[in-house]
Design a protein around this ligand. Structure first.
Ligand code: MRU
Length: 365
């Protein structure tokens, strides 16, 4: 793949105002083709087929999907059908519902003739806000990395472990878990990132490692099973992960394997931070028990794709033919294992009181 010389966002409106442009992430780290979305079905398929993924990006793409649908069928029925179609694409990340409800609430009182333009403008606003929110998360998280750096010898890197991809490509820009890391690196603080490979889809090995490499951040990809060992050996200063849905009590739903890392961190007294925008908080859920956990095809475990030495992309089977594979895509980390949340409004305890201290307006919800 040619080096990316120009920093671009992950999602941006097309200059003709008719489409949204993003990337098809399925071929990373080997290719990142641009993807034009201009119909409801383009947006729905992009989310469902994981051409785009990551909670905040899913929400922003869904918002554009509503805007495209309003060009085709701006009636109340069309609005409802578009939101239903997009809501069914993936079950776990609550940012999807958050974006659809925001669009629905805005558009429903408007005459149908005004809906398409307003929806497109709102989708652009959601994308812009995502950038600002993640930048703010970066500042809050940077302070935590800076504090960790003060406890180390001068020049010794702060070693951060992250899981999955809660980076730039999971958002419109900056990422959530990666924003503090990018700021630390740009500001000259030495950081080194342990990147969990994140089986079965390898979002860590394929996407986070790609992103960090583009930014020049020192990192090492590790097997998912290595984190506990590294923490026990004292080689991890802190963990930062993203989230797909945070319940009122602070339970965190995130990529499968997050829970095991939180357990290992707790046992080894390694701070375990969860970075999240407020659009990831599900104020309607008391705790994590009722979160819909996506179950995906077992082929994602059984089949592995990669690039051969002569440049071909090949898929190979690594399990016996006939062995069933179970593929739960997310797990729930109890709030008690989370050291703190890093949000756009600040750092808070992983509890209902902690969340409400930063988002008091939600108390009435
Ligand atoms: O299945 P994915 O790749 O959409 O899962 C992504 C994650 O679990 C991320 O950690 C989460 O969405 C936070 S992204 C800022």
């Amino acid at each position: 793949m040619p080096p990316v010389t120009e920093h671009r966002r992950t999602l941006w409106p097309a200059p003709d105002g008719r489409a949204a442009l993003t990337y098809d992430q399925r071929f990373l780290p080997h290719a990142l083709p641009e993807l034009r979305l201009e119909r409801l079905e383009d947006a729905a398929a992009a989310i469902a087929e994981m051409k785009v993924r990551g909670a905040p990006l899913i929400g922003a793409v869904a918002a554009f999907g509503v805007a495209f649908a309003m060009r085709e069928e701006p009636s109340d029925a069309g609005l409802g059908a578009a939101c239903d179609r997009l809501a069914r694409t993936r079950p776990t990340a609550v940012n999807l519902r958050w974006a659809l409800e925001r669009l629905h609430t805005l558009l429903r009182p408007l005459p149908p003739s005004e809906r398409a333009a307003r929806a497109f403008a709102e989708a652009v606003a959601i994308a812009e806000e995502d950038v600002a929110v993640n930048r703010a998360i970066g500042e809050r998280g940077f302070a935590l990395i800076e504090a960790a750096a003060r406890r180390k010898r001068p020049g010794e890197p702060v070693r951060v472990l992250t899981h999955c991809n809660a980076g730039r490509l999971a958002t419109v820009d900056w990422g959530t878990a990666t924003a503090p890391i990018y700021l630390a690196h740009r500001r000259g603080l030495a950081v080194h990132v342990w990147v969990d490979e994140t089986r079965p889809r390898n979002q860590g090995a394929a996407i986070t490692a790609f992103e960090l490499g583009q930014e020049g951040v020192p990192h090492t990809v590790i097997a998912d099973n290595a984190g506990g060992h590294l923490m026990r050996e004292g080689l991890v200063d802190l963990c930062i992960v993203g989230a797909d849905r945070v319940a009122r009590n602070g339970d965190v739903t995130n990529k499968i394997g997050t829970y095991l890392k939180a357990l290992a961190a707790f046992d080894n007294r390694v701070p375990f931070y969860v970075a999240l925008p407020s659009s990831t908080i599900d104020w309607r859920l008391a705790d994590g028990t009722a979160v819909p956990i996506e179950e995906r095809s077992g082929d994602e475990l059984a089949l592995v794709a990669g690039r051969t030495a002569d440049g071909r992309i090949e898929t190979v089977r690594i399990t016996p033919e006939g062995s069933p594979c179970g593929n739960w895509a997310f797990d729930v980390t109890p709030a008690r294992l989370v050291t703190a949340f890093v949000t756009e409004r600040g750092v808070c305890p992983a509890s209902e009181a902690g969340l409400l201290s930063l988002f008091p307006e939600a108390a009435a919800a």
